[in-house]
Design a protein around this ligand. Structure first.
Ligand SMILES: C[S@@+](CC[C@H](N)C(=O)[O-])C[C@H]1O[C@@H](n2cnc3c(N)ncnc32)[C@H](O)[C@@H]1O
Length: 264
């Protein structure tokens, strides 16, 4: 299993996010499953159910942006050849170990989700799970997803969002902003990661704002599914057939792939 390396020169938010995930990487999967009582796994499986119909063709390909330890990449790889991309090497190393054991057709690329080293219209499905909130600009991330999709392809964004029921929202807000940072800090050893988590969720567009943003960058048939009362939300959008498309994303040029490195 090799990890390819693409152009990486993170500064500002990207550099902070990258070093934060490098710090918590060894405990990331454990923290995810314990703090969410394994619900995160169900959410990722829900994503798979909503994109599987696009991955049945013989040349279907999937891309998992901000793939981290490759949890979602592994599920996608069971359906079609999949590429996972992330800019945090320690997270990818953990993902690479799992992929080696799985024998699934999955490649990992160490690179920036805002400058993915693939041509326009390469993938049938592009997913990002708990990653869009972390990139430097949700709109730029969505434009990149749209660029990478083939006509008729589906973009899927799984992200924390806003609980919809008022009482539950208040209780969850208390847990998320007061209790979780303490528990997370104690278990992860990172004083920053679990303060950043609720702050980044609050700064991220809510359900309707994210749906509008997806439409703005050119997605059609945009819909979303609240999960666990809106604690998380899956947004889906389709890239229109090129001939009927008139979004600004259509005008983006093809990126020439930067050099990359494989590590077996
Ligand atoms: C919360 S983790 C999610 C990992 C995985 N998708 C999952 O479902 O568990 C967020 C990941 O996004 C990655 N990330 C954040 N900004 C990125 C960027 N600009 N380019 C590539 N990866 C990025 C981080 O390195 C981290 O692995």
């Amino acid at each position: 299993m090799e990890i390819q390396t693409s152009n990486l020169a993170p500064v500002g938010k990207a550099a902070r996010v990258r070093s934060m995930f490098a710090e918590i990487a060894p405990r990331y999967d454990f923290l995810n499953s314990t703090l969410s009582l394994n619900i995160d796994k169900r959410w990722r499986r829900f994503v798979i159910r909503k994109v599987a119909d696009r991955l049945g063709g013989p040349d279907a390909r999937a891309l998992d942006l901000c793939c981290g330890t490759a949890e979602l990449s592994l599920e996608l790889g069971a359906l079609a050849p999949t590429t996972g991309i992330d800019f945090c090497h320690p997270m990818l190393e953990l993902g690479a170990k799992k992929i080696r054991g799985s024998q699934l057709p999955i490649d990992l690329v160490e690179g920036d989700a805002l400058n993915v080293p693939f041509n326009d219209s390469t993938f049938d499905v592009v997913t990002v799970a708990f990653g869009l909130r972390n990139v430097d600009g949700a709109e730029a991330g969505l434009r990149e997803i749209h660029r990478l999709l083939r006509s008729g392809g589906r973009g899927a964004v799984l992200e924390f969002s806003r609980p919809t029921v008022p009482v539950f929202r208040t209780l969850f807000h208390f847990y998320f902003t007061r209790l979780l940072p303490r528990i997370g800090n104690a278990v992860s050893g990172s004083s920053f990661a679990y303060q950043y988590l609720p702050e980044s969720v609050q700064a991220f567009p809510d359900q309707t704002a994210l749906a509008s943003l997806m439409q703005t960058v050119g997605f059609s048939d945009v819909r979303y599914y609240n999960l666990f009362g809106g604690v998380a939300c899956l947004h889906l959008g389709t890239k229109q057939n090129q001939e009927s498309q008139s979004s600004p994303a259509q005008e983006q040029s093809t990126l020439s792939p930067p050099p990359h490195r494989r590590i077996t």
